[in-house]
Write a protein that binds this ligand. Structure first.
Ligand code: ISL
Length: 519
């Protein structure tokens, strides 16, 4: 059954980078420490860009590095147009962008449109009273101190999504922490100011944005009560309606006024891929949207088959392009979720051979698990410290972080360091490098169509084909038992087995993934 017959563009030679490429997410606090204070920074990232080049990714997405009091580790921005001193200064951002571009790596920065920090000058002004210039840039409603204006509750707590401001006798809305007041995008000045933020970074040369909870910006002014299950977490899984689509068209038009393929990928934590796909509009809203349905799918061949079908049927009719992610800074790493290195290796084959743009999360190429963070060292209000542990670069990983890393290192850090894994063909890092090199060299893999094939229970099989280069077949055993009765006699291209290892053409071993070709 051919489920995706086009690559979405008439000229196969000119797929934009964000369709043909692979994006690598950097969480700046934990990627690399340039000054030995135990916290990652922009000079640290610049110094380690060679790792991204050697890995073979096309773009880096940087989680927020802007000025912030860090109530939500940078997702509470107090100045969008400056670098937080923890991470360096503006000149360091310029240097990073220039160095990335010099080695051919695109740069995507985080754009946090739904809320700002309570310390942002706009909100500080809004707090001065009902007549303040920036008062209506935020969402204020009347109500008694103990009577929030509606039933919405904030993320990371079961508390109301409203905080009462005694001085003015009104509540302000915050879908996340009380330290993250929501902006009101119904106010034209907010739109103008936030477009100014996009321009600021576009003018500095960034290639795109990852837009944080972007589907939340179009809230209707009525702010009606929600059914109880949605009110519990309105920031998630909530399709806020037409306002967001209009705003996304405005953002798209702005990006298209710049030369080059500037891109916006949306964080769309939505109930299903059809709703997710609606935020691509008619190719006039987001360029790409994160697929959270697949991110949360259990490790089962039938479930992944369904995710692939669902993404294709939502996206193909509108010419949309899939994205695939296994880990990010908000959820336990997939190595931890899947529970074994063997499965994580098979998962890497899946991620890097599907049709669509893969987003890697820093450290997955090392096979890192979440750190064990003892109670007294936990710092994130969302309980997400484990997946944010600092990366091990050398066989003295504590030393990489000045002996005082801000979070505990992941388990087995020295053995899993970049230094220890480099050049060892059996390592996870070399597995990722081989897969990324194969993907880049093979048009069928980075831009071809995908056809699901019949397979025994527990196995997922698909064929990738383009108008250039060989067809490729992928077979993945999602179980920890060998599965026979297969015909995998075609030439071995890659997978979980080492190059040169002998493989049985009729049998996939436990957790085995195999990539073969027709010629
Ligand atoms: O963190 C989560 C689950 O543990 C998610 O629900 C997360 O809150 C959601 O995906 C939205 O995430 C984004 O916006 C948040 C920020 O805390 C996250 O780090 C960011 O990725 C608020 O800006």
């Amino acid at each position: 059954m051919p489920i995706s017959t086009t690559d979405g563009h008439s000229s196969p030679d000119r797929l934009p980078w964000y369709r043909s490429g692979v994006v690598y997410q950097v969480y700046p606090r934990s990627f690399a420490d340039g000054d030995g204070d135990g916290v990652g920074d922009l000079p640290g990232i610049t110094a380690h860009l060679g790792h991204l080049r050697d890995l073979g990714v096309d773009a880096v997405w940087l989680s927020p590095f802007y000025r912030s009091p860090m109530a939500d580790f940078g997702y509470d921005v107090s100045d969008h147009c400056d670098v937080d001193p923890t991470f360096g200064e503006l000149a360091d951002a310029d240097a990073l962008i220039a160095a990335a571009h010099a080695q051919g790596t695109k740069v995507v920065v985080d754009f946090v449109p739904n809320h700002v920090s309570v310390e942002h000058p706009w909100f500080q002004d809004a707090l001065t009273g009902r007549e303040a210039e920036h008062r209506d840039w935020f969402v204020w409603r009347d109500g008694a101190p103990d009577q929030p204006p509606n039933n919405w509750r904030a993320a990371f707590s079961a508390s109301p999504a409203w905080t009462y401001d005694e001085a003015s006798g009104q509540h302000y809305l915050h879908l996340f922490l009380p330290e993250q007041p929501d902006l009101d995008w119904n106010h034209p000045e907010v739109v103008r100011a936030m477009h100014g933020v996009l321009r600021f970074w576009l003018d500095r040369g960034v290639d795109g944005f990852r837009a944080d909870v972007v589907y939340c910006i179009g809230k209707e002014p009525a702010l009606r009560d929600l059914p109880e299950d949605l009110a519990e977490l309105p920031a998630l899984l909530q399709d806020f309606g037409p306002g967001t689509h209009e705003q996304l068209r405005g953002i798209r038009t702005l990006l298209e006024s710049y030369p080059g393929d500037r891109m916006v990928v949306g964080e769309t934590v939505l109930p299903d891929v059809t709703t997710m796909a609606s935020y691509l509009g008619h190719d006039d809203e987001l360029h790409l949207a994160f697929n959270f349905s697949a991110l949360h799918a259990p490790w089962r061949a039938d479930r992944w088959r369904r995710e692939i079908e669902a993404a294709a049927s939502a996206l193909d009719p509108i010419g949309g392009w899939p994205t695939w992610t296994l880990s990010n800074h908000d959820i336990p790493r997939h190595r931890t979720r899947l529970g074994s290195e063997g499965r994580a290796r098979a998962a890497a084959v899946l991620l890097l051979t599907l049709r669509g743009t893969p987003f890697l999360y820093m450290g997955e190429e090392l096979g890192l698990s979440d750190a064990e963070v003892p109670e007294e060292r936990r710092v994130d209000p969302g309980g997400r410290d484990g997946c944010r542990a600092p990366l091990p670069w050398t066989e003295d990983p504590e030393g990489d972080w000045g002996g005082r890393a801000w979070l505990p290192l992941p388990p087995d850090a020295a053995r899993l360091s970049v230094e220890a894994q480099t050049g060892d063909p059996t390592s996870m890092l070399e597995h990722y490098r081989r897969l990324l090199a194969l993907r880049r060299a093979t048009p069928a893999l980075h831009r071809g169509a995908l056809e699901l094939l019949d397979a025994p229970a527990g196995v997922l099989r698909y064929r990738r084909s383009a108008d250039e280069g060989p067809d490729v077949e992928v077979a993945i055993n999602f179980t920890d038992e060998a599965i026979g009765g297969l015909d995998l006699s075609r030439r071995f291209l890659g997978g979980t087995a080492l190059p040169g290892a002998s493989t049985d053409p009729a049998v996939l071993g436990p957790d085995e993934a195999r990539i073969t070709t027709a010629d």
